[in-house]
Design a protein around this ligand. Structure first.
Ligand SMILES: [Zn+2]
Length: 101
């Protein structure tokens, strides 16, 4: 493995130590994700954030397994659903924002 790739892996491992290395499941819907993401998920749906159970350690390939949509205008990967995609297209984070007449 080349040096810069080793650095990336090292940085990723350090980020995992900051509380995102465990997966939790929402007891209401069965949705599984990391603690910070599940807090946002449950808050957004009016679910009590305490209604979660620990699933276990996050697999190394978890970020790759996360579902995402690809913006048909700029090619960006948008994590979430159609609502998140619509928000992306309306925002300046979309690289083609403002280019369409
Ligand atoms: Zn876009």
């Amino acid at each position: 493995m080349v040096k810069w790739a080793e650095r990336l892996v090292h940085m990723a491992n350090q980020q995992n130590l900051r509380g995102q290395s465990l997966l939790f499941k929402c007891m209401e819907t069965g949705f599984v994700t990391t603690a910070p993401a599940l807090a946002r998920y449950q808050t957004g749906r009016g679910i009590d954030p305490s209604r979660r159970v620990l699933v276990g350690p996050k697999p190394a390939n978890w970020t790759k397994a996360r579902p995402y949509l690809v913006c048909d205008r700029c090619g960006a990967k948008i994590h979430g659903g159609p609502w998140d995609m619509a928000q992306h297209k309306k925002s300046k984070r979309c690289l083609r924002y403002g280019l369409d007449s």
